[in-house]
Design a protein around this ligand. Structure first.
Ligand code: PGA
Length: 361
């Protein structure tokens, strides 16, 4: 069975301190879902490494929003899949903003897909038709072209590392999501197209819907049999109040609670939420959908603009990373710092050592 995947595409939002603080909030709030939903955040490249470190050992994974296809070389401004390998889990390619604003072609995306898979990244390939193409009834033609071109030459053994995001361009950032039926139908086509190169493995590839997903419409979309999750842009950033009671709801859907339910203990929270319960009750699709909807809600809940803001340091000791969340300031404190009693020349030597933090006097 395909495990749902929710990806939060931060696009070009947040400063590094804000992104870090937000990621740590998501870690607390999304981890309870990890048994039933894979969650990945796609921060801007500049903060990817720090956020990957902050989330290390936790179920929330990180991914890059884009990468080139070469391993290295004279490609100013580009990052390579090789640079992401080993610590970054996902790579998104083919987002319509990349295709349209940065003129990325099907052929380039095929090269990016190969490069990502070669470096063991889980690649999310985005496809989708523009409004013009949609209105001209060309959706199937466009999706077929984009998908076939991108997966050309991908080997069977790599297929399960691939996910596809169907994102109708007219639904992205417009507040007008595709109807669940339309999305499901198009995603059914995508699965049939995947069968041609990958055979039975196509049924293991996750297909996500993206385009104005919000906590309000997530459930009706996720109920569709072909929709295995969401690629969420705006709603992965927007604030919503996230209170102690919603934490309780999160806990309610954790595996432990569901197992309790299966054993016949109907918890108060399950009753309140109308989740399945009773002896022999299944931890069924309905329960999962509820969890999935809440996961999206949780992702939308912590925009630093309305939540706690990244705290600014008000001066402080040598070694503080000013303006960074406290966890990082503490980490900076653990970095080797100079002993003020040391003679000047040995301090200089220490400063020359790799890993010595800027900011230590
Ligand atoms: P949206 O963006 O959710 O804001 O429509 C989705 C995306 O661009 O991936």
């Amino acid at each position: 069975m395909r495990k749902p995947l929710i990806a939060g595409n931060w696009k070009m939002h947040f400063t590094v301190p804000e992104g870090l603080e937000y990621a740590l909030q998501l870690r607390r709030d999304l981890e309870p879902y990890s048994a039933v939903v894979d969650a990945v955040i796609l921060p801007p490249a500049v903060m990817l490494w720090e956020i990957a470190n902050a989330l290390r050992g936790c179920a929330i994974e990180v991914g890059a929003q884009n990468a080139g296809w070469e391993d290295q070389g004279p490609f100013t401004g580009e990052i390579s899949p090789k640079m992401l390998a080993g610590w970054c889990h996902y790579l998104l390619i083919g987002h319509s903003e990349r295709r349209q604003l940065f003129n990325e072609t099907d052929e380039e995306l095929n090269r990016k897909l190969h490069a990502g898979l070669r470096h063991r990244l889980k690649v999310i390939l985005a496809v989708g038709e523009t409004l013009e193409e949609y209105e001209a009834g060309r959706t199937a033609e466009v999706i077929t072209r984009q998908l076939n071109a991108a997966v050309y030459g991908v080997e069977l053994r790599q297929a399960t590392e691939l996910s596809v995001a169907y994102e109708p361009v007219w639904a992205i950032g417009t507040g007008k999501a595709a109807t669940p039926q339309y999305a499901n139908e198009t995603m059914g086509l995508i699965r049939r197209l995947l069968e041609s190169p990958f055979g039975a493995l196509a049924s293991e590839i996750r297909i996500l819907y993206g385009g104005s997903v919000t906590p309000a419409n997530a459930r009706s979309l996720m109920e569709q049999p072909e929709i295995d999750g969401g690629l969420v842009g705006g709603a992965s950033l927007k604030a919503a109040d996230f209170t102690g009671s919603s934490r309780r709801r999160l806990r309610c859907c954790s595996r432990r609670e569901c197992e309790r339910t299966r054993a016949g203990t109907r918890s108060r929270d399950h009753r309140r939420l109308g989740l399945p319960s009773g002896a022999g009750g299944q931890r069924d699709r309905r329960c999962q959908e509820t969890e999935l909807g809440r996961a999206l809600g949780a992702m939308a809940a912590h925009h630093p603009g309305r939540g706690r803001r990244a705290r600014r340091s008000t001066g402080g000791s040598a070694g503080e990373l000013r303006g960074w969340p406290p966890q990082y300031r503490r980490r900076a404190d653990r970095l080797p710092g100079p002993d003020p009693d040391q003679p000047r020349d040995s301090r200089r030597k220490l400063q020359a050592e790799p890993g010595f933090a800027a900011g230590h006097d």
